[in-house]
Design a protein around this ligand. Structure first.
Ligand code: ADE
Ligand code: ZN
Length: 326
């Protein structure tokens, strides 16, 4: 497919990737050995065999368990480098990368250990592959508002080192409204905010993310199609959606790629981007997602060019940098 070859080679931005979700089994076992800890799986094959999810929660349980091998700043640096090398191979030239500090601080790993390591990885990655990266601190929505405020307080002395804030983890039963006051404070601090919404949760959560959190982009948002008025609004207000097709497939948001709502969203004029979410767990990085979408829908080159342009337009870099890419 010449279109596929063109898209794979096209420069792109990735706007929805969790650094903890880029932990490949080989690195997980290498870090476990380095840190003298045991994973609850015999070997890489046994761990891979556990990547059989039936919902977001079934994935999150494993994702949080594996994160336990991340202990030192060097671990976070190596994790970042492994992702950036893989992303650069897919012609990702810019990435906006989520990290979940609460997953680590709850285990006694300090916020600065995490931040120092991720930043060192970003510095080396920029030198080595010319790929730029921004960090987005995500609050875990299954935890309390109080816990989110405590995390924000830990981040505040080093605010210039992160670009924005996000909201992830178990969506059902944890609506955006639970974090309205936290996000108001984040915006007061002058940072853009984003939120996962409409992945497993209803379209009403997307509306809340926009109206109550001031979300500049919606992460996933694929269930928005259940509310035509919302789809019209997303298009009218040019609100970007960071869609993650293989993630949605592996977490059973859709039964097959053919049922994915990406074509409907595109047809409605929504600013859709394609991203990898947790590539180590969901069977692929950005170009693997593109290949899976192309196999199901066979988009033309112009559609993919639009999706690539959307990724730069929806990014948080300044207008001068966008002009270089677009
Ligand atoms: N954390 C990591 N990946 C996630 C996803 N797809 N949804 C919610 N939280 C996440
Ligand atoms: Zn995500």
């Amino acid at each position: 497919d010449p279109v596929l070859e063109l898209v794979c080679r096209m420069p792109k931005a990735e706007l929805h990737v969790h650094i903890e979700g880029t932990l490949e089994p080989d690195l997980a076992f290498a870090l476990a050995r380095r840190n003298g800890i045991a994973l609850p799986y015999a070997d890489e094959a046994a761990l891979r065999a556990a990547y059989d999810f039936d919902s977001l929660q079934s994935f999150l349980d494993l994702y949080y368990a594996c994160a336990d091998v991340l202990r030192t700043a060097d671990d976070f640096r190596d994790l970042m480098l492994a992702y950036l090398e893989r992303a650069a191979a897919d012609n990702v030239v810019h990435a906006e990368i989520f990290f979940d500090p609460q997953t680590h601080t709850a285990r006694g790993i300090s916020y600065l250990t995490v931040l120092d390591g991720l930043e060192e990885g970003l510095r080396i990655g920029l030198q080595r592959w010319g790929i730029s990266g921004l960090l987005i601190l995500c609050f875990l929505r299954h935890l309390s508002e109080e816990d989110a405020f405590a995390t924000l307080a830990e981040a505040e002395p080093w605010l210039d080192r992160i670009h924005g804030f996000g909201l992830d983890s178990s969506e059902k039963g944890h609506p955006p409204s639970k974090f309205a006051r936290v996000f108001a404070r984040c915006r007061e601090l002058g940072k853009p905010v984003v939120a996962h919404a409409g992945e497993e949760g209803p379209p009403a959560y997307v509306v809340e993310a926009l109206d109550l959190l001031g979300s500049a982009r919606i992460d996933h948002g694929v269930r928005a199609v259940e509310d035509p008025e919302l789809v019209a609004r997303l298009a009218r207000e040019a609100i970007p959606l960071t869609v993650c097709p293989l993630s949605n497939l592996r977490l059973c948001v859709f039964g097959s790629m053919a049922e994915h709502t990406l074509p409907q969203l595109l047809a409605a004029g929504v600013r859709v981007t394609v991203n990898s979410d947790d590539p180590a767990y969901f069977g692929g990085y950005l170009n693997d997602n593109i290949r899976a979408v192309q196999a199901a829908f066979g988009f033309d080159a112009a559609t993919w060019q639009r999706i690539a342009r959307n990724s730069f337009e929806a990014s948080f870099v300044d207008a001068a940098q966008k002009a270089v890419w677009i």
